[in-house]
Structures are given as structure tokens and as C-alpha cells.
Design a protein around this ligand. Structure first.
Ligand SMILES: [Mg+2]
Ligand SMILES: [Zn+2]
Length: 222
């Protein structure tokens, strides 16, 4: 190996380190049953109600420098329950209300418009529990998935976060009913209130790691 090749390698590694340091730790947030009350197939802005403490928690996470993104399954689009325009109008109201009521600007909103297959099998790469929306967002916005968090009210949310290599919080608001627990579906942290979610992400990472250590910890899925 000659000197110039080594220099090139060193420069490359330095650039890689620098770009990794610039990657931001995001918080991915499920919409229905997590950020807002779950009203199935709702596109009526009048029925948007934030979950208790959600606005305050998002404001705290944003103040700490975390980019905030919504990742949401909306099979109502594939099922013809509402149109993309109707959903876009709901999304605009949701984003504006977060600005007005929490001072929060979302970095992005990612939507899976697909339905699962007829026997419930995956029919796309983005519908949670698949990690496609998180991976796409990370690439687009230069996010550090290993330092990012996924917050959701179902184990499908947890699994999508784990498959993307993120830490996960289950906000147990009653959305999960099946409790089909596999190693990929263990949350790192389980909370029943948004206040505790923000604490877990902001102040109590050490405790989160301890909890993680007590759970089955599968290697990252490909
Ligand atoms: Mg949900
Ligand atoms: Zn999809």
C-alpha cells in the first residue's frame, strides 16, 4: 500500500466520520392513536384531537433539537375511503395546528397509501411494520437512525422502528389489542403518557438502555 492510497483512505474515513456526526437524531411519530386520537379513516379536520400531552412533548423534543416526522399507514387511500386531496387537506390542518398550538414545525410527513394483501400479508415496503418510510426519510434528510426514536401505539410501530435500527417507545394508549410479541416487537420503553415518552427520549436514555438490556435484543433486521 503506498502513501497516497493511505492518505486517501484516511481522508475518506474522516469525511465519513464528519458526515456521521452531522446526521441528526430524529423522532418518528405515528399519527393515529399516538399523536391524535384514533378515528378510523378520518379526514375531517374538525375531528382532529391531539392525545393528552402530545403538543407539550413534541415542543420539548423540538427544543432539544430533534427533527420530528410523522410516519403513518393510511390504507384508507387504497381502500377508496378517502382521496389523496382529502388527506392532504387534513395533513395541512394538522401541520398548521402544531405550528399554532405547539410552536412545532414537522420536518416531514410520510404516508403509506397501500393496503395489506388479502390475507394480511405485506404488499409494499412502506406499510408498518415494514421500515420503508423511516429508511426513506433517513436517506432524504440525513438522519442517524441508530440515534433516532420511533414512537407509536402499536407493536407494528415498534417493529418498524426496530427494523430501521431505531430505539422505540410504545405509547400504550389502548391501540394494541393483539400483543403478538416477538423479539422485533419488544419496545425499548413502554409509556402510558406523552410526558413519560419525552422524558425517556430526552432525559433518561440510560434507563432506556437498562430496560433494553433486560429484553431480548435481536440483531438488526436487514
Ligand atoms: Mg397508531
Ligand atoms: Zn406502502
Amino acid at each position: 500500500m503506498n502513501g497516497s492510497a493511505c492518505d486517501t483512505d484516511a481522508a475518506y474515513r474522516a469525511r465519513l466520520r464528519a458526515s456521521r456526526n452531522q446526521r441528526r437524531a430524529a423522532v418518528f411519530i405515528d399519527k393515529d392513536g399516538t399523536l391524535v386520537e384514533n378515528v378510523p379513516y378520518n379526514v375531517d379536520p374538525a375531528q382532529l384531537r391531539f392525545m393528552p400531552g402530545a403538543r407539550e412533548a413534541l415542543a420539548a423534543l423540538a427544543r432539544a433539537g430533534h427533527p420530528l416526522l410523522i410516519v403513518t399507514n393510511q390504507s384508507g387511500l387504497a381502500r377508496g375511503r378517502f382521496t389523496r386531496l382529502q388527506f392532504a387537506e387534513l395533513q395541512a390542518v394538522l401541520e398548521q395546528r402544531l405550528r399554532d398550538e405547539a410552536g412545532v414545525e414537522l420536518l416531514d410527513v410520510l404516508v403509506c397509501p397501500h393496503a395489506p394483501g388479502s390475507r394480511g400479508q405485506p404488499s409494499c415496503l412502506c406499510r408498518k411494520p415494514a421500515p420503508g418510510m423511516l429508511l426513506r426519510a433517513a436517506h432524504k434528510h440525513c438522519l442517524d437512525l441508530a440515534r433516532s426514536w420511533m414512537v407509536g401505539d402499536t407493536l407494528d410501530d415498534v417493529e418498524s422502528g426496530r427494523r430501521a435500527g431505531c430505539r422505540t417507545v410504545l405509547l400504550d394508549s389502548g391501540g394494541e389489542t393483539v400483543w403478538r410479541l416477538t423479539p422485533l416487537r419488544w419496545p425499548y420503553v413502554r409509556c402510558t403518557e406523552w410526558d413519560a415518552v419525552a422524558q425517556a427520549i430526552l432525559g433518561d436514555r440510560l434507563r432506556a438502555l437498562v430496560i433494553e438490556g433486560g429484553q431480548p435484543h435481536p440483531s438488526k433486521a436487514g
